[in-house]
Write a protein that binds this ligand. Structure first.
Ligand code: AMP
Length: 600
């Protein structure tokens, strides 16, 4: 027998939830449904979001309401519009095979007359955010005298958002003998007070340990220097090619800045914060829900109630000010029995916060190392291979071209073809990560140097050569060959004087024989390219370029004269980010990754 039937849920509802893929009750459903079905008790459920609590209260509601009447009999209050819509949608799905079930979602930021019309037509279940609910009550547009059940969902979040008074006012409109069912992820004293004020001997249920995060979530932290945060963040994102994540920032401004930087860098990201209009929020959420966005950058408040399944990672770009919010944030992943990772980017001083959070969630964090460029490349390579395996082939369309394709490739062995297809994408990662430094604090501080690199991980010039930087790259549609001729033309030197050329997105490194460096600098004086001033600088600790102050060894003190030029050790954010990892997605689209401009 279906376990939901055994719990006392009727056939029609069971068949609807079976269609939704519910095979057996989640722990909270198993425990709460029998209690709530009696209709006798007030109820407090301490449960994380994603545990299946909507069905835990929704199924008993559907079992007990009288759908032959069109009076509101149940009121569900929740903190956000997103959650409100989600609950209303879920209830309608559960009631798919029942007749005359009317659910209305009442929330701010949408046309009130539509909602009033639905209420006038008759509804049994009202799902509402507190502000709009009060508005409707204030218009005398709803009669709550027949309400038998009030559900307070995500009570802690409602209180966090300052809805205490609104909730009091709404509850005072409902009959005294109604039953109140409260669900909360955490139990701060304010929530406890609601339970005391509005409930009589509530049945209390905790799913998992109190305040304990979902056990399917792994908690990772990366220790990095503040100045490397953005670069490290991108590298971590790149290390998880299939990431579908929510990135939490502390402020609206940070949220917006990170999102903008990511978009510029070619990532599929957007921001969600309080300054957006409801319409803008809806648009962003729609894109995210439909997976047209890979990274949603959000503030705590804006992300409340976000109910999206399959979020693989929550990234705490900044740790929350309120430690309790960490639980809310990480609870956005590992929903419905899935697993997820909650990542925190911290500096040394924030270690104590991590220890504090560990106490609250009752789980240890795992320290992770920011992946090296080569590790990211490897991960990405195998993601490409997976993609090749899984790509949908439109036989009818491709077959038309197949003979021609096969003919063009006939001189290549299978191995050659595989290599070339993989390299199409892989070369971009290799190029990008070639100069990527170690971003781990230990990695940086232990003085470990990689072969051919200086302490900051930058590649050193070959013997007899100076490594120069030029602010033009592949996004300016240069190939290596183009760059070679461009440099030779402008500098009036032979191609033989040029060594390795590392073509990047918005810039390029190239080696020049020491004795020709001066000619390169002279040749490029006043040169512009498509209206942009072309800049040549000495990179890293390369050989002396004998250019007086400008090209001299960095130890000579020339750094200061160069005033934050690319070659200086402390040369501003420009150098750091140019060398950092993360930039491959946009190269094909010709959009520049402006890591050099990053402020993070
Ligand atoms: P909730 O905590 O109510 O937001 O539920 C989280 C997700 O789990 C939703 O997508 C539900 O559809 C899904 N879900 C809830 N209960 C079950 C169940 N018993 N079996 C499978 N999925 C479920």
């Amino acid at each position: 027998m279906n376990p939901f039937l055994e719990l006392g849920i009727r056939h029609e509802i069971v068949s609807a939830i079976t269609e939704l893929g519910f095979e057996k009750p989640s722990p909270i459903q198993e425990k709460a449904i029998p209690v709530l079905l009696t209709g006798n008790d007030d109820f407090v459920g301490l449960a994380q979001t994603g545990t299946g609590k909507t069905a835990a209260f929704g199924l008993p509601l559907l079992e007990q309401l009288d759908f032959s009447s069109k009076q509101p009999q149940a009121l569900v209050l929740c903190p956000t519009r997103e959650l409100c819509l989600q609950i209303a949608r879920d209830l309608e799905k559960f009631a798919k095979h029942l007749d005359n079930v009317h659910v209305v979602a009442v929330y701010g930021g949408a046309n009130i007359s539509d909602q009033l019309r639905q209420i006038r037509r008759g509804v049994q279940i009202v799902v509402a955010t507190p502000g709009r609910m009060l508005d409707i009550i204030g218009r005398n547009a709803i009669d709550f005298s027949n309400v038998r059940y009030v559900v307070l969902d995500e009570a802690d979040e409602m209180l966090n958002m300052g809805f205490q008074e609104d909730i009091n006012n709404i509850l005072s409109e409902t009959p005294d003998d109604k039953k109140t069912w409260l669900f909360s992820a955490t139990m701060p004293k304010e929530v406890r007070r609601i339970a005391q004020n509005y409930m009589t001997n509530p049945f209390e249920l905790t799913v998992g340990t109190k305040n304990t995060g979902n056990t399917n979530i792994e908690h990772h932290y990366y220790m990095i220097k503040a100045k490397d945060k953005y670069a490290a963040f991108k590298r971590i994102v790149d290390f998880y090619p299939e990431i579908f994540g929510i990135v939490f920032c502390r402020t609206k401004i940070e949220t917006q800045e990170i999102a903008e930087a990511l978009i510029k860098d070619g990532y599929n990201a957007d921001s969600l914060h309080g300054d957006l209009s409801q319409q803008q929020r809806d648009k962003v959420m729609k894109r995210y829900r439909e997976r047209n966005l890979q990274l949603l950058i959000a503030t705590d408040v804006a992300a409340r109630g976000i109910d999206v399944n399959d979020v693989t990672h929550v990234i705490n770009y900044s740790l929350p000010d309120e430690t309790e919010n960490y639980t809310h944030r990480s609870g956005r992943t590992a929903r419905a029995g899935k697993t997820g990772i909650s990542i925190s980017l911290i500096n040394v001083k924030e270690m104590s916060k991590i220890r504090h959070i560990e106490k609250i969630i009752g789980k240890e964090f795992i320290r992770k190392q920011v992946p090296q460029g080569t590790e990211v490349c490897e991960k990405q390579l195998f993601a490409i291979i997976d993609k090749v395996h899984n790509v949908e082939v439109h036989e009818d369309r491709i077959n038309t071209f197949l003979p021609q394709i096969l003919e063009s490739l006939q001189d290549l062995s299978k191995e050659e073809i595989v290599k070339r297809f993989a390299s199409l994408e892989f070369n971009r990662f290799l190029n990008y990560y070639e100069d990527a430094p170690d971003l781990n604090i230990d990695g940086r501080d232990n003085g470990r140097e990689r072969e051919g690199r200086d302490r900051d991980g930058r590649r050193q010039a070959s013997k007899g050569f100076t490594r120069l930087f030029i602010n033009l790259g592949s996004v300016d549609e240069f190939s290596r060959g183009d760059m070679l001729s461009f440099i030779c033309n402008k500098s009036k030197i032979s191609g033989k004087s040029i060594g390795k050329i590392d073509l990047k997105g918005v810039f390029t490194f190239f080696e020049v024989q020491d004795e020709e460096v001066e000619r390169v600098f002279q040749g490029f004086q006043g040169v512009d390219f498509n209206g942009r001033n072309v800049r040549i600088e000495v990179s890293g600790e390369g050989r002396s370029s004998d250019r007086g102050g400008r090209g001299g060894s960095r130890r000579s003190g020339g750094d200061r004269e160069r005033g934050g030029s690319y070659g200086s050790r402390n040369g501003g954010s420009g150098r750091r980010d140019r060398n950092s990892g993360g930039g491959f997605r946009d190269f094909s689209s010709g959009k520049g990754r402006r890591e050099s401009k990053s402020r993070y």
